[in-house]
Write a protein that binds this ligand. Structure first.
Ligand SMILES: [Zn+2]
Length: 437
C-alpha cells in the first residue's frame, strides 16, 4: 500500500492510494471515503442493486462489532468474509466499532476492549481480536484501541491511559500479526487517540508513527460536543507527526461541512456512515456541490437544480459557525442536518420532481419525491432501498467533486456551494463568505 500525492492545496492532499488488496491490484483516490456496510452488506441494498451505482469506493468497511459474534462460524467457514458475504471484487478494511452506533462506555480494561453485537457485549483480548482478523481475512484492519475518550469531561488521566493502552495493544497486535501466516500481506492501521488533550494527541501520533504500520486511524474526534475548531487544531497537530506517504483515516466524522474542514487539516479518508444515517431518518441528501458552470463538461456532481434551490429557501436558516459550542447538532440518527430534506414532510406529497435534478442514480432516474413520500408514510421497505441508493451516490459524487475542486484550484468555490447552498454561514476569521455567483 502506497500513497502517491499529486498535489497539496490549502492543506488538502490529492492523490491515489495504490497497491491495495493482497495482490495489490486496487487503488483508491484521496480525499475519499470507504463503503459503509453492516456485516459486509450495505444496508437495504443487495450486491446487484448496489452495483447499479458507478464510482463506488474500492474499499469496503467491515466492523468487528457486527462480526465478532460470528467468529466460530467464520472459523469453520475458513474462507473469509469476502466469500461469506458474497462481496464483489473489493478491498476489505476491518474497523473495531460501527461508526453509526454509539457504544456504551465503561467496559474497557488494560487487557480488553468490548464491542456490541446484536446479542450483547463481546469482550476482546488481543488474542481474540487477532483470531477474529484471521477468520475475517481483511486486506487491512484497524489495530485494537481504547477510544473511550469521547464523553465530555473525560479526565486527562483517563486520556493518558487510553493512549498508553492503545500503544500497548498495537505492539501486541503487531507481534501476533507478524507471527500469523494467514495475515501475510495484510496492512495494520495504527490508531491515534488522545481525546481533546493536545499533548496526548501529539504523543500518540509520534509514538504510533514509530511502529511499522501501513497508515493511521484518527479516533476519538467524533464527539458532538467537540467543535470543529478544536477538531481542526487537534488534527493539524497530529498530522505534523505523521509521515506524508501514509494515509490518514478519520473515524466517525461524516457531515459534508466537517469533511471539508478535516480535509483541509490533512485527512485523506472518511467512513461513509453518514448516507446511512440520513436514510434511516427518511431523508435524502440534496446539498449542492457542482462547481462546473458548463453541464457539458461537468463530469461529476449534480446540477444545482431549481427544485433544490426552491427547497433551500424553505429551510430555516442554520448558522454553522466554526467555533466550539452547543450549536453543533449531536451526531445521532435522529438529528437532521442542513444537507438533506425530510421526505415524510407533507410538502413532498405532490412534488413530482426527482430527489436531485441531474442525479444519475436509479432512484432519481425512475422516481419522484412524491413517490418516496408515499413509500415512507406507508412504511414500505422500498423507501430505504431507494433512499440508500441515492444517498450513497450523492455522497460519493461529493467526494469526487471535492477531488475535482482541489485539482482545479476551486476549493473555495466548492465550500461556498456546499455551505451556502445548505443555508449555512461559514464564519471564518471574522468574515462571512460572500456571494461568488
Ligand atoms: Zn439520485
Amino acid at each position: 500500500m502506497k500513497l502517491e500525492l499529486a498535489r497539496v492545496v490549502q492543506g488538502c492532499r490529492l492523490g491515489v492510494l495504490t497497491g491495495l488488496g493482497r495482490a495489490g491490484q486496487h487503488s483508491l483516490e484521496v480525499p475519499g471515503c470507504l463503503l459503509y456496510t453492516r456485516c459486509g452488506s450495505v444496508p437495504h441494498l443487495t450486491q446487484d442493486t448496489l452495483h447499479t451505482l458507478s464510482n463506488l469506493p474500492s474499499v469496503t468497511q467491515l466492523t468487528l462489532s457486527t462480526l465478532a459474534e460470528h467468529q466460530e462460524v467464520l472459523e469453520e467457514f475458513n474462507e473469509g468474509v469476502r466469500k461469506f458475504a458474497g462481496l464483489h471484487d473489493t478491498v476489505l478494511y476491518c474497523s473495531l466499532h460501527d461508526p453509526a452506533t454509539l457504544s456504551p462506555t465503561g467496559h474497557i480494561t488494560n487487557k480488553t476492549v468490548s464491542v456490541w453485537g446484536s446479542g450483547g457485549r463481546i469482550e476482546l483480548s488481543v488474542d481474540k481480536f487477532m483470531a477474529l482478523q484471521k477468520a475475517v481475512q481483511p486486506d487491512l484492519y484497524q489495530s485494537m484501541a481504547d477510544g473511550e475518550t469521547w464523553p465530555s469531561n473525560t479526565s486527562r488521566k483517563r486520556v493518558r491511559k487510553s493512549v498508553d493502552r492503545t500503544l500497548a495493544h498495537l505492539d501486541e497486535c503487531l507481534l501476533l500479526h507478524h507471527k500469523t501466516q494467514e495475515l501475510k500481506g495484510v496492512e495494520v492501521l495504527g490508531v491515534v487517540e488522545g481525546g481533546d488533550v493536545m499533548e496526548e494527541r501529539v504523543r500518540s501520533a509520534r509514538e504510533t508513527a514509530k511502529r511499522p504500520v501501513g497508515g493511521f486511524c484518527l479516533d476519538g474526534l467524533q464527539s458532538a460536543a467537540m467543535g470543529q475548531n478544536l477538531r481542526t487544531q487537534l488534527i493539524t497537530a497530529v498530522i505534523k507527526e505523521l509521515p506524508e506517504d501514509k494515509p490518514r483515516l478519520l473515524q466517525g466524522v461524516g457531515r459534508p461541512d466537517q469533511v471539508l474542514s478535516c480535509v483541509e487539516a490533512g485527512v485523506d479518508l472518511f467512513e461513509s456512515f453518514f448516507p446511512y444515517q440520513v436514510t434511516e431518518r427518511g431523508c435524502a441528501l440534496t446539498f449542492t456541490f457542482n462547481i462546473t458552470t458548463d453541464p457539458e463538461t461537468s463530469g461529476t456532481g449534480v446540477q444545482a437544480a431549481p427544485t433544490v434551490l426552491k427547497l433551500d429557501e424553505d429551510k430555516p436558516e442554520v448558522n454553522i459557525v466554526e467555533n466550539d459550542g452547543p450549536d453543533h447538532l449531536p451526531e445521532d440518527q435522529s438529528s437532521m442536518t442542513p444537507f438533506e430534506i425530510n421526505l415524510k414532510d407533507k410538502r413532498f406529497r405532490d412534488d413530482f420532481g426527482p430527489l436531485v435534478e441531474g442525479c444519475g442514480c436509479y432512484c432519481c432516474k425512475n422516481h419522484q419525491r412524491a413517490y418516496l413520500h408515499h413509500l415512507l408514510v406507508t412504511n414500505e421497505l422500498l423507501a430505504g432501498v431507494l433512499l440508500m441508493l441515492h444517498n450513497t451516490a450523492h455522497y460519493c459524487a461529493f467526494f469526487s467533486a471535492l477531488r475535482g475542486a482541489i485539482a482545479s484550484n476551486r476549493l473555495e468555490h466548492l465550500k461556498e456551494r456546499v455551505l451556502k447552498g445548505s443555508g449555512m454561514v461559514l464564519v471564518r476569521e471574522g468574515a462571512g463568505l460572500t456571494d461568488g455567483q
